[in-house]
Design a protein around this ligand. Structure first.
Ligand SMILES: Nc1ncnc2c1ncn2[C@@H]1O[C@H](COP(=O)(O)OP(=O)(O)OP(=O)(O)O)[C@@H](O)[C@H]1O
Ligand SMILES: [Mg+2]
Length: 325
């Protein structure tokens, strides 16, 4: 069974002088699914998106969007997709509503439709009250939301979002995820780049991890978590109960044990549910009371560290609307 691919990247390469920004990136995105292109600063995410959206020509390789080749049929590619770039592109001297109308007209949509779609989008992005103010007066987060609204006016079947939630406060981020989930439910194919492991985990069906211009891993969020090794058995000992005694009790029954005195936690390699139940039984018999016992899967952060040997840089976790300018 072959599902049609809405996006295909085929050995994309991009050189800027001596710099190899993208070094042979290939992947496919099945129709109606979400691909998270995950990587740290400078990994080549934006350059990859720019090649796939006809904004820059590949040094070699090619890509197809909705079956159209970016090299031989760039016009058809552009008609099939929407893009929200990393930098805000709204016209500051127009109101939110006028920005939407301008792009709607460029797509040849009729005015009645534009009006209805604009109302809906302004509402969805919590911009109804600000819709008739010029965008210059918007905060960074509001501009970001307007940017996204604008890229949705023509309801393109394929949507590229380059770090869509950078600069948004946590609440706006969660709201945007909801909007994106709705779009995907209605059949839109989505490619989003992100440095937020959590975001990829939340939204993506598949994740491609790139580092220094090459794909270093790909799979479902679950598969990537599995790749970075086994889950851990984590035991939290109640206050007033002896952590050292707890450690001595568990030690003969696990391969190794790590003690975190501050968190009152013992961590050991997980060996399945049966093993966890036996360990819980030991504590029961000993009279040492636990606050918690459970199995913890590695986070995508752990996965990234495991794959690259360095942490994913994430400089924008603070809720700071002023970050985007
Ligand atoms: N127009 C350009 N001229 C020269 N070098 C460039 C250009 N665009 C990107 N680069 C370089 O290519 C590499 C990849 O950059 P790119 O912007 O694609 O990374 P990114 O993954 O989007 O990073 P970020 O998370 O910071 O947005 C970087 O080393 C960057 O400096
Ligand atoms: Mg970028």
């Amino acid at each position: 069974m072959t599902s049609p691919h809405a996006i295909e990247a085929e050995n994309l390469v991009k050189h800027f002088g001596e710099t190899v920004a993208v070094d042979g990136v290939s992947f496919v995105v099945p129709e109606g699914s979400v691909l998270g292109l995950l990587g740290p600063n400078g990994a080549g995410k934006t350059t990859t998106v720019r090649m796939m959206t006809t904004l820059t020509a590949p040094t070699s390789g090619t890509a197809r969007v909705a079956g159209h080749d970016v090299l031989t049929d760039p016009g058809a590619v552009r008609r099939s997709m929407g893009l929200t770039g990393q930098a805000a592109t709204v016209d500051e001297l127009l109101t939110g509503r006028e920005n939407l109308r301008l792009i709607g007209q460029l797509y040849g949509l009729d005015n009645g439709y534009i009006k209805r779609a604009s109302d809906d989008l302004l509402e969805r992005f919590s911009l109804t009250d600000a819709g008739d103010r010029i965008a210059k007066t918007y905060s960074g987060g509001m501009r970001r939301r307007l940017d996204l609204a604008v890229s949705l006016i023509a309801t393109p079947p394929v949507l590229f979002l380059d770090e869509p939630t950078t600069g948004l406060d946590p609440r706006s981020r969660v709201e945007l995820w909801e909007v994106l989930r709705e779009l995907v439910k209605d059949g839109t194919t989505l490619l989003l780049t992100t440095q937020y492991l959590e975001e990829a985990d939340q939204l993506a069906d598949n994740i491609v991890v790139i580092d220094r211009g090459t794909v270093i891993a790909e799979g479902t969020p679950l598969q990537l978590k599995d790749q970075s090794g086994a889950a851990a058995l984590v035991v939290t000992v109640s206050h007033g109960h002896d952590l050292e005694r707890a450690e001595a009790l568990i030690r003969p029954h696990v391969r190794e044990v790590h003690v975190d005195a501050g968190a009152r936690q013992l961590t050991a390699p997980a060996e399945g549910l049966g093993h966890m139940t036996r360990v819980a039984g030991l504590f029961d018999e000993s009279g040492i009371v636990l606050d918690d016992i459970g199995l913890k899967r590695p986070s995508l952060d752990d996965v990234f560290l495991h794959l690259t040997g360095h942490r994913a840089e994430d400089t924008t976790t603070e809720a700071d609307e002023e970050l985007v300018s």
